[in-house]
Write a protein that binds this ligand. Structure first.
Ligand code: ASP
Length: 588
């Protein structure tokens, strides 16, 4: 009905609107009866307004109010009036007024709800995903969707003001594996041929550089067909960026400016720039992670020197096998029970450590655990590790990476146990100087640590085939609070060098040509030096919203198995559809 079209939202009205006749449209959030007076909290995405149906209202109006149930969609016409002093709610923007209803129109009814639309629903995630449209009605979800919208607009505004063009790249592309498995789309018109969904716009953004669009960005959807694990989604969104004629310092400067702008616009939060820079080896040695959480002052230390002089055989043999022993001092944890220590050991084992050794620090020296092997060095160890009486020293020994990462995981666990992680802090850093290649033990071959288009650092190029494990890439990550927010690199713009990289990661000349021939061809036509980066939008919003999973900040996420419970995808399709696509399903 035209006269029941809203004139204000449920978040608009204030004391100054006293006496106005208004129409509100929204959902019945709560309703209650107080001795013949009916109170309705009417909700839309702008807020909640209290509607009152007075006891002396006409019967027709009272009957309509009586009919209302949770989440009915209604229109209300009425007069704004101040709430009685005792009913004012200063925590609500509309808490000083109410609307005295004169007419109520039920626009649609609502079935019994599977869960209450609450500020923060405690319904099971599965239920929230099945009825995502209801879950999205909650203020907590609406706030996160709004934050996401504001961040995206801040990105667009900032990059446009810095001369970037937003350019869309295709969603149906050639299968060009970048590390993960591609999602394939059968091409009906070409039996046996497939498009792939892009893992990222990587090659297209590089080709846009060759076309001269020297500053590009895109809010890009990326698809990776990986096993469902942890917080992965089969599709995620990146703020994809590429620039020509730049070094990594130029890219860092743009990103630091961009992130300052985003945090200011969306959270009114001032970030400190420039962000710290930490080389990969230092990050591993000091924090036990290539995505170090800098919010607390706990550091891994080297124990090799002490292990070498001590009598503990296990550590000695680690050293003989060219391994490393790392230590962490847990402040004030000398009173930890065996049980508490073995819980920490379990954490270390998840990351491959065979065990976690320990010693307690006392006034006299060291006590318990493996301390008897180090009694003559106690003072030296206490000074060297800066350990105080009452502290607990935890030690892991194995290959360097395993020793670091397993103790790094213990570091995070300790910080949570000891409550060292300050909330509402954003500690950003750049991690640089990553190895370009990693050894894949299962397939017995080198693979690209980031992707195959990354430039090796100049000094390694000449002899890189001799020992690929030593080569460092011109490659960087942006990390915040222990979360990897972005990866990027300076790219190869020389087809000869690109061919050498393909060869190291095991592509024959022919296969490289078949898969990436179009890139190698494009690189023949005056490619500019270029580089880029791609912050993950979902992770960024997750951090900004203080959430622990990206599922909380995506409007329609898949569950942890990669299934969308609302529309039930993936689903089976008709035989006819398969036939058209020349596909036969083989069930094992
Ligand atoms: N394309 C890369 C990725 O998706 C990011 C980049 O190097 O810009 O991880």
């Amino acid at each position: 009905m035209e006269n029941m079209k809203r004139t204000v939202t449920c978040g608009n009205l204030r004391l100054a609107d006293n006496g106005k006749i208004v129409v509100l449209n929204g959902w019945v959030h709560r309703h209650r009866d107080h001795g013949g007076i009916k109170f309705i909290d009417l909700r839309d995405r702008y807020g909640i307004t209290q509607i009152v149906v007075d006891a002396d209202s006409p019967d027709k109006l009272k009957a309509a109010a009586q009919d209302l149930k949770f989440e009915y969609c209604i229109a209300v016409k009425g007069k704004v009036r101040p709430r009685p002093e005792s009913m004012k709610n200063t925590r609500m923007p509309t808490g000083e007024i109410e609307v005295q209803a004169e007419d109520i129109d039920i626009l649609s009814r609502c079935d019994v709800l599977p869960f209450m639309i609450d500020e923060k629903s405690d319904a099971r995630e599965e239920l929230r995903f099945k009825y995502r449209y209801l879950d999205l009605r909650s203020f907590s979800m609406q706030r996160k969707i709004k934050l996401r919208h504001e961040v995206v607009f801040a990105v667009r505004g900032y990059l446009k003001d810095h001369d970037f063009y937003e350019i869309e790249t295709p969603t149906l592309i050639k299968s060009t594996p970048e590390g993960a498995r591609d999602f394939l789309v059968p091409a009906r018109l070409f039996p046996g041929r497939f498009y792939a969904l892009p893992q990222s716009p990587q090659l297209f953004k590089q080709i846009l550089m060759i076309s001269g669009f020297d500053k590009y960005f895109q809010i890009a959807r990326c698809f990776r067909d990986e096993d469902a694990r942890g917080d992965r989604q089969p599709e995620h969104t990146q703020i994809d960026i590429e620039m020509s004629f730049v070094s990594k310092d130029d890219i860092f400067a743009v990103l630091e400016g961009l992130f300052c702008h985003i945090f200011k616009e969306a959270l009114s939060f001032e970030l400190k720039i420039p962000f710290k820079r930490i080389a990969y080896n230092d990050a591993m040695n000091r924090y036990g992670s290539d995505k170090p959480d800098l919010r607390f002052q706990l550091y891994l230390k080297d124990f090799n020197e002490f292990a070498d002089e001590g009598d503990f055989k296990v550590f000695k043999s680690v050293l003989e096998n060219k391994g490393t022993i790392k230590a962490i001092v847990a402040p004030g944890c000398g009173s930890f029970s065996r049980k508490q220590i073995s819980e920490l050991e379990e954490t270390a084992k998840i990351y491959g450590a065979s065990g976690l050794a320990w010693m307690k620090v006392t006034e006299e020296g060291l006590e318990g655990g493996i301390s008897k092997f180090y009694s003559s060095q106690a003072d030296k160890i206490k000074t060297g590790l800066d350990a105080k009486p009452g502290d607990l020293i935890l030690l892991a020994g194995s290959g360097w990476k395993k020793a670091c990462t397993s103790l790094g995981a213990v570091r995070i666990k300790l910080a949570h146990i000891l409550n060292l992680v300050s909330p509402d802090v954003f500690e950003f850093c750049w991690v640089t100087d990553f190895p370009l290649f990693e050894w894949n033990e299962d397939e017995k071959r080198w693979e690209a640590a980031h992707h195959m288009f990354t430039m090796p650092q100049e000094q390694y190029i000449k002899d890189m085939e001799k020992d690929p494990g030593k080569v460092k890439g011109d490659l960087y990550d942006l990390v915040c609070n222990g979360v990897e927010l972005a990866s990027g690199s300076i790219r190869i713009h020389d087809p000869g060098l690109q061919r050498r990289i393909f060869k190291i990661v095991g592509f024959s000349e022919e296969e490289a040509q078949r898969r990436f021939g179009f890139l190698l061809e494009a690189l023949k036509y005056g490619p500019p030096p270029h580089g880029g980066i791609a912050p993950g939008l979902d992770r960024l919003i997750m951090l900004m919203a203080g959430e622990n999973t990206i599922r909380e900040v995506i409007a329609f996420p898949k569950n942890t198995q990669g299934v969308s419970l609302m529309d039930e995808s993936p689903s089976e399709v008709d035989d006819e559809q398969l036939k058209e696509l020349h596909i036969k399903v083989v069930r094992e």
